[in-house]
Every structure is written in C-alpha cells, then in structure tokens.
Design a protein around this ligand. Structure first.
Ligand SMILES: [Mn+2]
Length: 295
C-alpha cells in the first residue's frame, strides 16, 4: 500500500503541460484509467458538502489494500493515473459543468477510460456528454436511492434532482438503466417507467441490465446514497431502506465483463460522515469498479 493511499493527494486538476508530460511518461495511456475529482455541490437540495468528497475518498483509500480479493488484481499493477481535481469556482453552475466537460474530453482524447469522484450528482451530466461524443452507442447504468428524473426542481432544470432526466436526453431514455431506486415523485414515475423495464428498486436487476448492455460501452454512475444510510450516512439526502455495503458490493459483481468506459461515484458528503465510514466504503467501491474496468 502506498503512503498516500490508492490515489495521489492531488488537489487540483493538472495543467495541459503536466498532462502532456504524464502522457509522455506513459502514466496516461490508451486503455489506462484516469481518475479525477469534480468538487462541486452548488445545486444540492438538502445539505451541501459533496464538494469535499474527492478529498475524503482519496484520504480514506489509505485504509484499504490495493489488492482486490474479488477482482483478484492489484491497483498497483494497473495503468491508473490521478489527474487531480477540476478547478471549480464555488457557486456557479454552468461554468463548472463546462469545466468538467472539458476535463473529461481531454482525458478521453488520450484513449483512456475515466473514473470521476463527485461532487453532487449533477457532475454526471457533463461527463456523460463528453463520453457520448466518443461513444454514440453509450449505455448508462445508474445506481441511486433517488430517481433524479425531475423535469424541474425549485424552478431549475440543472440540479442533482433532475440529472438522470438530462442524461436521458443526451443518450436516449431507452439507454438509461436505473437500479436501487426507492424514492421517486409521482411525476418522475411516469417518465422513469417508460419504456418499461429500464427502472427498478432492486439491485439484482443489474443482471438483466448487463445482458441488455451486452458489448456496448457503458457509463456507470453510482450515487453513494443507494446504500442504506446506516452504512453510508455521509451524504446529502439519506434515504433509509437500502442495501448494505456488502449487498452493494455483491451486486456490482453482476456488471463484471461489461465494457465500462467511464464510471463515477457521487454524493459523498464528508461533513455528515461518521468516523469516515462512508468515505472508506466509497474508496472500496472505487477500487472494485476500477479493477473491473481494467479487466
Ligand atoms: Mn442521485
């Protein structure tokens, strides 16, 4: 285990020059995985703090081994590179999303896969937009306690409560599969349930979603609040009645073998995290998904 944990302690997104040099040194390579943070939480509806997520997940990666007994691989043997965090000015929504999209494009242009640490869930939208430019047949697999399919929330279109609706408009509603959802408004339900079979409160539906994704490129977005707040209290909008951390890790196995070209883990909010248990779980989930992406 390295002294810093899995990831570097980079606190800012690298400059274009540093990026080129990393590429020249083959730290960033086609087929490798580039990790970056999107410390943004300007639209959180209940309690903010997710902007501190990337730092906490990196910190708590220290408690975990780099080897995954499930994936039977060691992170240290992978071409994994931490590009740091996107520089985001607090409070502004559109400029922040633009910066995240540009950062994602820059990474994807190297031929690398990508793993993004949120941030609130809205950060998924610019990342999906960037990935969709490279992969027009993209499938999005979404794990979340909430549907996040509101047309508007408090009069706004761009919020974490509506992010999956916006994502559906980018990639096509039929290409978005949601699992673990146990909180939904009546309006969202009409949208979420059409077409039938793309939406479930259960995690074992991932098996069917994986079959339907087949060989297509996949974007996996995981909102930490999909896990029961007893196991992941450090999040902005806790929703009781969810799976344990073990049940989630087991369910992720159903995605093994998919071509996950990008993944994100969002909504870890350290100010509400007790003893770092959410950040430690998030770091473990990152490890498992990154190893799955590299296989
Ligand atoms: Mn969400």
């Amino acid at each position: 285990m390295s002294k810093q944990g899995f990831f570097s302690d980079a606190s800012r997104f690298m400059s274009a020059r540093e990026y080129r040099s990393a590429r020249e040194h083959r730290a960033v390579s086609p087929g490798g995985i580039v990790l970056f943070g999107a410390p943004f939480d300007a639209t959180t509806s209940f309690r903010p703090g997710a902007r501190q997520g990337p730092r906490a997940i990196r910190d708590y990666s220290y408690v975990l081994e780099t080897f995954s007994p499930r994936g039977k691989k060691d992170l240290e043997t992978l071409a994994l590179f931490d590009a740091g965090d996107v520089d985001i000015a607090p409070g502004e929504v559109a400029p922040a999303l633009l910066k995240i999209r540009e950062a994602a494009r820059e990474i994807l242009a190297t031929g690398s896969k990508m793993f993004m640490l949120g941030g609130e869930h809205l950060v998924t939208l610019p990342a999906v937009e960037a990935v969709h430019d490279f992969h027009h047949d993209l499938v999005v697999i979404h794990l979340d306690a909430h549907a996040d399919m509101r047309e508007h929330y408090l009069g706004q279109e761009l919020t974490h409560a509506g992010v999956m609706r916006r994502v559906s408009q980018v990639v096509g509603r039929q290409n978005v599969f949601s699992a673990g959802v146990r909180s939904i408004s009546a309006d969202e339900r009409d949208y979420a349930c059409e077409p039938a079979g793309n939406f479930s409160h259960r995690l074992d539906s991932l098996k069917e979603f994986a079959q339907r994704a087949g060989k297509r490129p996949v974007y996996l977005t995981l909102d930490i609040d999909v896990v029961d707040p007893a196991f992941a209290p450090g999040t902005g909008t806790p929703e009781p009645g969810g799976p344990s951390s073990l049940e989630l890790l087991d369910a992720l196995e159903l995605l093994r073998g998919l071509d996950i070209v990008t993944a994100d883990l969002v909504e870890v909010a350290p100010p509400y995290d007790l003893a770092g248990i959410t950040a430690a779980l998030a770091a473990k989930i990152c490890r498992e998904i990154i190893i799955m992406m590299a296989s």
